[in-house]
Design a binder for this molecule. Structure first.
Ligand SMILES: [Zn+2]
Ligand SMILES: [Zn+2]
Length: 151
């Protein structure tokens, strides 16, 4: 776990709340912290499972609502990958993903050439690109090992 990432993320969030006059609730803070502490791109249910002990009386609905707020504020990203349920990512700097089609694991991928795609050379049909993230779909190392016949 990267403590700097957690601290910076929380600080950023606190100043955003101040700027927009949003109350900095314990729920929002704890849910963001949980996301910043993990890099496995949990589902809303996994986030709930991870913070419910820390916040008394927390409901699943509240977790869903708080996650939406965090996404809207831009401190958390929602990931849509075909075949997987919606996942959340506390890492908002540009990065890419390896998506395992067997176990649905989502692994962060840092790659400078993917960060700097030559968009100007593509036919974009008038589309204005604001952001992108590449996901490579395949089979992770663990699943690959499992499916190989043992001799
Ligand atoms: Zn896998
Ligand atoms: Zn990620």
């Amino acid at each position: 776990m990267d403590q700097d990432r957690v601290d910076n993320g929380l600080r950023r969030f606190e100043s955003l709340c101040r700027e927009r006059g949003l109350p900095l609730t314990v729920q929002r803070r704890e849910i963001l912290k949980a996301l910043l502490q993990r890099d496995d791109h949990p589902t809303a249910d996994q986030v709930y499972g991870c913070v419910k002990e820390r916040i008394t009386g927390l409901s699943r609905t509240t977790v869903y609502r708080v996650l939406e707020t965090l996404v809207r504020l831009g401190v958390v990203r929602r990931l849509h990958h075909p075949g997987t349920s919606v996942r959340f990512d506390g890492k908002i700097s540009r990065h890419h993903h390896l998506v395992c089609r067997k176990c649905n694991r989502v692994i962060d991928l840092e790659n400078r050439s993917l960060d700097h795609l030559e968009l100007s050379s593509m036919r974009l049909h008038g589309f204005q690109v604001e952001d992108y993230s590449v996901h490579l779909v395949g089979v992770c190392a663990d699943c690959g090992r499992k499916s190989r016949p043992t001799s």
